[in-house]
Design a binder for this molecule. Structure first.
Ligand SMILES: [Zn+2]
Ligand SMILES: [Zn+2]
Length: 182
């Protein structure tokens, strides 16, 4: 499997390098880091001080080198900006299952968002879990009821912290039937 990572707007290079390296090890796959794309200004909502995840996704779908041609290649778009989706206060991420594309925001994965000490290690660990979760979706996995499983739905960062950076046995078997070797 090939995984593509697209930085959207300014992001810490080290975060992206660690993410790619860890995804390569975890999925025993190649991870390609594409060039940075500027965040579309029209996605910004100045009243909410957040970006509309849907607008970003529509914009990204038209960027030539990112065009999601092969549905078998999961594409992770990573942004540092806080996002929202329709009536929700915020969203950690959004998927476009038809294109196997996912946006993940690091804004609320950072401890400093909750007035805690900045901790890059913690932020990266949460980001890796969210990335693995989205790649699981890209292979057709649904949310899992096991709170320790990476496919469990996480409405808050504490739920992300409870999860392991791994699929439960059931989800692992499902991934293996999709041809993913661990
Ligand atoms: Zn999910
Ligand atoms: Zn599971």
């Amino acid at each position: 499997m090939l995984i593509r990572v697209v930085p959207l707007g300014n992001l810490n290079d080290r975060v992206l390098e660690v993410l790619c390296a860890q995804l390569e090890i975890f999925f025993n796959s190649k991870c390609r880091l594409l060039r940075k794309i500027e965040i579309p200004p029209e996605a910004h909502n100045r009243f909410r001080k957040q970006y509309n995840a849907e607008t970003i996704m529509n914009f990204i779908a038209d960027v030539p080198e990112v065009k999601f041609i092969d549905k078998d290649i999961p594409t992770l778009i990573i942004t540092d900006e806080d996002m929202y989706y329709r009536g929700m206060n915020f969203c950690f991420g959004l998927e476009d299952p038809t294109k196997s594309a996912f946006i993940v925001s690091t804004a609320r994965l950072r401890p400093e968002f909750y007035d805690e000490q900045p901790n890059d290690k913690k932020t990266i660990e949460r980001l890796i879990k969210e990335a693995i979760h989205e790649i699981g979706h890209s292979k057709g996995l649904y949310h899992c009821i096991n709170p320790k499983c990476v496919m469990c739905f996480s409405p808050s960062v504490s739920d992300i912290d409870i999860k392991a950076r791994d699929f439960c046995e059931n989800c692992k078997i499902r991934m293996m039937t999709k041809g993913i070797e661990f």
